[in-house]
Design a protein around this ligand. Structure first.
Ligand SMILES: [Zn+2]
Length: 64
């Protein structure tokens, strides 16, 4: 097994770790019902996408 040729200092390790943070997911608000939605997805609550009803909402599907 290979061994590190030089010691990694605290600062060099921390400099590498500075890129480890996860990006926060982008969350938008539905224009119809104000629920939080993912971009480029229809609203899970009301089924609206770009101001039009595109998908039957989950609440209505469960009733039938
Ligand atoms: Zn909605």
């Amino acid at each position: 097994m290979g061994l590190p040729s030089q010691k990694r200092t605290k600062s060099s390790g921390k400099r590498r770790a500075s890129h480890f943070a996860l990006a926060k997911p982008v969350v938008n608000k539905c224009a119809n019902c104000n629920a939080s939605i993912l971009p480029h997805h229809a609203c899970q609550k009301c089924g609206f996408f770009k101001g039009e009803k595109k998908v039957a909402s989950k609440a209505k599907l469960n009733k039938k």
